[in-house]
Design a protein around this ligand. Structure first.
Ligand SMILES: Cc1cc2nc3c(=O)[nH]c(=O)nc-3n(C[C@H](O)[C@H](O)[C@H](O)COP(=O)(O)OP(=O)(O)OC[C@H]3O[C@@H](n4cnc5c(N)ncnc54)[C@H](O)[C@@H]3O)c2cc1C
Length: 175
């Protein structure tokens, strides 16, 4: 959402194994009623696709290849080229995906997730132009934390592109 708001041409690739599909969430600040994680996910996907025009592909990433300034992400359906990449692959398949991306993985102190992708304070992995976010990098396993960290990562990426700190703020229209 933040990338699209700053006119960054964005492609989302995921294969639908989000932990949110198993969650009944009663601690998402600003939403008082408990809700099915799957419903939030569905709304979020509509928000980026229908409201922001982002393309979302339901595909599994099987290879990531680096060629000079180009990153080639391959799924069983095709190959997609990009100049930058954000890994947001969650907990289960994190190490397979980190291995595909050739990024460094380090020890984690979370009870159920023993490893995480190593990032610096701007969410950059050990690979140039590859960022990582969410529980894959060891943030607390809470939906609001993962979402917030995703926003932080996107803003870091945009800020790195333009060379200064970027925010997405709006104010209500005045009469
Ligand atoms: C049973 C349960 C209950 C929970 N209850 C709560 C709760 O009450 N409150 C709360 O705040 N949080 C809760 N959580 C935690 C919350 O769901 C997670 O913290 C959050 O989903 C993490 O977000 P994420 O984006 O980092 O990872 P995920 O949501 O897991 O997303 C990772 C995505 O990456 C995709 N992916 C990975 N590898 C590939 C690949 N190679 N190719 C394509 N796609 C790939 C996966 O398919 C998935 O869609 C619960 C989790 C579980 C399991």
């Amino acid at each position: 959402m933040f990338l699209a708001d700053k006119d960054v041409n964005t492609l989302v690739i995921g294969d639908g194994r989000s932990m949110m599909k198993s969650a009944w969430v009663g601690n998402y600040l600003g939403i008082r009623e408990s809700f099915l994680g799957a419903n939030l996910l569905e709304t979020a996907l509509k928000q980026v696709q229908e409201d922001r025009g982002v393309t979302v592909l339901n595909e599994t990433v099987t290879a990531i290849v680096y060629a000079e300034d180009e990153i080639r992400v391959t799924t069983e359906q095709g190959t997609y080229l990009s100049s930058q990449l954000i890994l947001a692959n969650g907990q289960g398949p994190v190490f397979g995906t980190a291995e595909l991306a050739g990024v460094e993985v380090i020890e984690n102190d979370e009870p159920y997730v023993k490893q995480k992708i190593k990032i610096d304070d701007r969410c950059r992995t050990t690979r140039r132009n590859v960022y990582a976010t969410g529980i894959a990098v060891g943030v607390a396993s809470q939906a609001i934390v993962a979402a917030g960290h995703g926003a932080q990562t996107a803003l870091n990426l945009i800020s790195d592109r333009v060379g200064n700190r970027v925010h997405v703020h709006q104010s209500p229209k005045k009469d």
